[in-house]
Design a protein around this ligand. Structure first.
Ligand code: PEP
Ligand code: MN
Length: 277
C-alpha cells in the first residue's frame, strides 16, 4: 500500500508496535477491554467495572460523550461521566478508554482518559485525528463503517504523522445488505491488517454484531484470527442500559466467555510456536 510512510510495514524498520498502558502491553498479549457502552451513573459504572475486573478484563471502556443517531437519544454525561470513570479507575486499577467527539475537547479529556477512542463516525474527521495525534495519548481508531482498509490506515497515518506512534486499530463491523446483524463483522481484516501494518488490531464484537448471543462466538473467532484483543460491551443490567443493551453482555456471561478466551488463546500460542518451527 502506497503512502503509508509510518503505518506501513515496509516503511517501518522496527518490529510490531507494542503500546504500554499501565501494566497492559497492547500488541504483545491478548488484551480485553470491557465495560458499558455509556457511563450512565456512578453505581452502574463502578459495579460493572468491578465485575469485569474480577473476570479478568485489562482495560475499562465507557462513553461519556455518545455519538447517537438521534439528537434526542441519551448523549452521555460529559464531564460528570469522566469523573465517574476516574472513580472506577481508582476503585479497580483498570486504565480507561473513552471516546472523544470534538477536537476542542481533546486536551482536557486527556486528563481522564488513558486511551482516546475515535468512533466509526469520526474515522475521517481529519481535524480530530490531527488533534489526538498531538495529544500524546494512545489512540483507539475504529474503522469507519463504510471504509476500506486503505482509507482506515490512512487515518492512522494522520495520527502517526503528528508524532503519536500509539495507534490501536479496531474492527467494529461494516455496513452490508445484511440486516439480521447490526453490522457485518469483517474478521478477514484482522490478518489483512497484519500483512500491511505493524499497528495492533483489536475487534469489537458488540458493535460488529449488535447481538448479545453472537459476542462470544465472534470473540473466540477473533482470537483464532490473530487479533491482539477485543473490546466488548458489558453492563451490570443490560435490560436497563441507556444505550446498546442488546449487544452488552451481563457480567456472568462475560466471565464465562473469559475462561473460553483464555483456553483458545493458549491453543493459539501453541499453534504459533508450530508455525515458527
Ligand atoms: C462505542 O464504542 O461506544 C461506539 C459508539 O462505537 P462505534 O463508533 O464503533 O459505533
Ligand atoms: Mn455502544
Amino acid at each position: 500500500m502506497e503512502n503509508l510512510k509510518l503505518a506501513g510495514i515496509n516503511g517501518h524498520t522496527a518490529e510490531r508496535t507494542i503500546i504500554t498502558v499501565g501494566k497492559v502491553r497492547i500488541g504483545a498479549e491478548f488484551v480485553v477491554i470491557a465495560g458499558p457502552c455509556s457511563v450512565e451513573n456512578e453505581e452502574q459504572t463502578i459495579k460493572t467495572a468491578i465485575q469485569v475486573k474480577e473476570a479478568g478484563a485489562h482495560i475499562l471502556r465507557g462513553g461519556a460523550f455518545k455519538p447517537r443517531s438521534s439528537p434526542y437519544a441519551f448523549q452521555g454525561l460529559g464531564i460528570k461521566g469522566l469523573q465517574i470513570l476516574e472513580k472506577a479507575k481508582k476503585e479497580t486499577g483498570l486504565p480507561v478508554v473513552t471516546e472523544v467527539l470534538d477536537p476542542r475537547d481533546v486536551s482536557w479529556i486527556c486528563e481522564y482518559a488513558d486511551i482516546l477512542q475515535i468512533g466509526t463516525r469520526n474515522m475521517q474527521n481529519f481535524s480530530l485525528l490531527k488533534e489526538v495525534g498531538k495529544a500524546g495519548k494512545p489512540v483507539l481508531l475504529k474503522r469507519g463503517m463504510y471504509s476500506t482498509l486503505k482509507e482506515w490506515l490512512n487515518c492512522a497515518e494522520y495520527v502517526l504523522a503528528e508524532g503519536n506512534p500509539n495507534v490501536i486499530l479496531c474492527e467494529r463491523g461494516i455496513r452490508s445488505f445484511e440486516t439480521y446483524t447490526r453490522n457485518t463483522l469483517d474478521l478477514a481484516i484482522v490478518p489483512s491488517v497484519k500483512e500491511v501494518t505493524h499497528l495492533p488490531i483489536i475487534v469489537d464484537p458488540s458493535h460488529g454484531t449488535g447481538r448479545m448471543s453472537l459476542i462470544e462466538p465472534m470473540s473466540l473467532a477473533s482470537v483464532a484470527a490473530g487479533a491482539h484483543g477485543i473490546m466488548v460491551e458489558v453492563h451490570c443490567n443490560p435490560g436497563e442500559a441507556l444505550s446498546d443493551g442488546d449487544q452488552s453482555l451481563p457480567p456472568s456471561m462475560f466471565a464465562d466467555m473469559m475462561k473460553k478466551i483464555e483456553f483458545i488463546n493458549s491453543c493459539m500460542k501453541k499453534i504459533n510456536t508450530l508455525k515458527d518451527k
